[in-house]
Design a protein around this ligand. Structure first.
Ligand code: PLP
Length: 441
């Protein structure tokens, strides 16, 4: 029988030999963690070391790990009915759509896919088709923000505003344009936050006009930029963007892939603002990543254009796994847990507490800014507080490494090309206990 050490070595070896890991190249000195199990906010690697996962995986395990009732929901559904294509229907998909609609205010049709990227691709296709069916044949362009991330498939990557993720795969899909997001920490002196945010919102309008407004189909943005470094707009920004969209016949897609399901302290991130998106995309926290599932929610008055009875008026889109019955059953149970355990209120409470505790770091010479919404927080590290020069890779790497050595996983976000990949990110499970919270602090 192989000893525990031999088994460990063989796992590492097989991993190195066979897996092409996401995001970065294999690092011999710091190989990818082989994770064996998870419980609550904690994960355990194959050597038995425990870590508090303050990134909830990839911003997704909102209810924490090891929830037996989620496994049970998947098991029961798989036994009863494992697969139904979404040209047909099934009870978990129906109940989940009704539930999501209730959370959204009851005005949407729910289209199921598998991932955040998929959900955004569906949004782009249906926006283009909507304009076609409205007789607006020249509207095909989308505007999004630099630093925003919307996924890895060709359309979603085209909307993404982080050049380093894109430049080796270009040319991407034509018709995707970008404007700068509000970065309140770096706003010019002499402007109020409100003035600056309105000015940044007006960049959308400028782009619409310069590009010929009859060519613009949609705007896509997150309620707040997450992966690009936790950039939280003033409410006037989002509200102004919606007003610009309405005035120019442009549809507004809000990407709730990270911000949804309580992460920012509301069911959906856009609910912090007085807006009613035309389309909302969601994934990650929908199932807390126990199974893959995503949704594109379309306002019903837009959906009507696809339900005219005319030939070819329907959305020509299908995916095999979208709306998988077990995934929908897990999503329903996941939403039940969020409700039962008041995790949205908990997100507000833990976020507020974290802000208060971390306020003492504000005087630290390398801490430029601390910002967040709900239980989602960014700490922007700088070399110099006056010039706001971003902290060096070495400094940020050391902090993240020290956290890991001490059993805490934190994220690093921003935009590598612009040199602002200097935001430490905390996005812990909303189910963190008080002891977990103390550990993070
Ligand atoms: N949109 C946002 C805001 C995201 O953060 C992500 C992924 O991190 C996506 C879309 C893409 O989701 P997925 O990786 O499930 O395709």
């Amino acid at each position: 029988m192989a000893t525990a050490k031999e088994q460990t070595n063989s796992l590492v070896e097989k991993d190195r030999n066979n897996i092409w890991h996401h995001i970065s190249a294999y690092n011999e000195k710091n190989p990818p963690m082989i994770v064996e199990s998870g419980e609550g906010a904690w994960i355990k690697d194959h050597q038995g070391k425990r870590y508090l996962d303050a990134m909830s995986g990839l911003w997704c395990v909102n209810v924490g790990y090891g929830r037996e009732e989620l496994a049970q929901a998947a098991y029961e559904q798989m036994k009863k009915m494992s697969y139904v294509p979404m040209s047909q229907s099934h009870e978990p998909a129906i109940e989940l759509a009704a539930k999501l609609n209730k959370m959204l205010g009851d005005d949407y049709k729910i289209f199921y896919s598998n991932s955040g990227s998929d959900a955004n691709e569906v949004a782009f296709k249906l926006v283009r088709q909507y304009h076609q069916q409205n007789g607006d044949h020249s509207r095909y362009k989308f505007i999004s923000r630099y630093r925003g991330y919307h996924g890895s498939s060709m359309g979603a990557l085209s909307a993404t505003g982080q050049a380093l993720r894109k430049f080796k795969y270009e040319p991407l899909v034509p018709g995707f344009l970008h404007v700068a997001p509000p970065d309140n920490y770096r706003k010019p002196a002499g402007q109020t936050i409100e003035e600056y945010n309105i000015q940044r919102a007006l960049e959308f309008e400028e782009k619409i006009i310069w590009e010929q407004k009859e060519t613009i189909a949609g705007i896509i943005m997150e309620p707040l930029i997450t992966g690009g470094g936790i950039l939280i707009p003033h409410p006037v920004y989002v509200e102004k963007v919606q007003e610009i969209c309405t005035r120019h016949g442009v549809l507004l897609i809000i990407d709730e892939v990270i911000c949804g399901f309580g992460r920012t302290g509301k069911p959906f991130g856009h609910q912090h603002f007085n807006v009613k998106p035309d389309i909302i995309t969601m994934a990650k926290g929908l199932t807390s990543a126990y199974l893959p599932l995503s949704v594109t929610a379309i306002r019903k008055d837009i959906y009507e254009k696809f339900d005219t009875g005319e030939e070819n008026s329907h959305l020509r889109h299908v995916n095999t796994f979208g709306g998988n019955p077990a995934a929908c059953a897990v999503a329903l149970k996941n939403l039940e847990i969020i409700e039962r355990e008041n995790l949205i209120d908990r997100s507000v409470e833990l976020g507020d507490r974290l802000h208060k505790v971390l306020a003492s770091l504000k005087g630290h010479p390398f801490v430029g800014d601390i910002r967040g919404l709900g239980f989602l927080l960014g700490i922007e590290l700088v070399e110099n507080k006056d010039t706001k020069e971003p902290a060096t890779n070495a400094r940020i790497g050391k902090i993240i490494g020290d956290c890991k050595t001490n059993g805490l996983i934190v994220g690093r976000n921003g935009d590598t090309v612009a040199g602002f990949n200097n935001v430490l990110t905390l996005c812990p499970p909303l189910s963190c206990t008080d002891e977990d919270f103390d550990f993070i602090v």
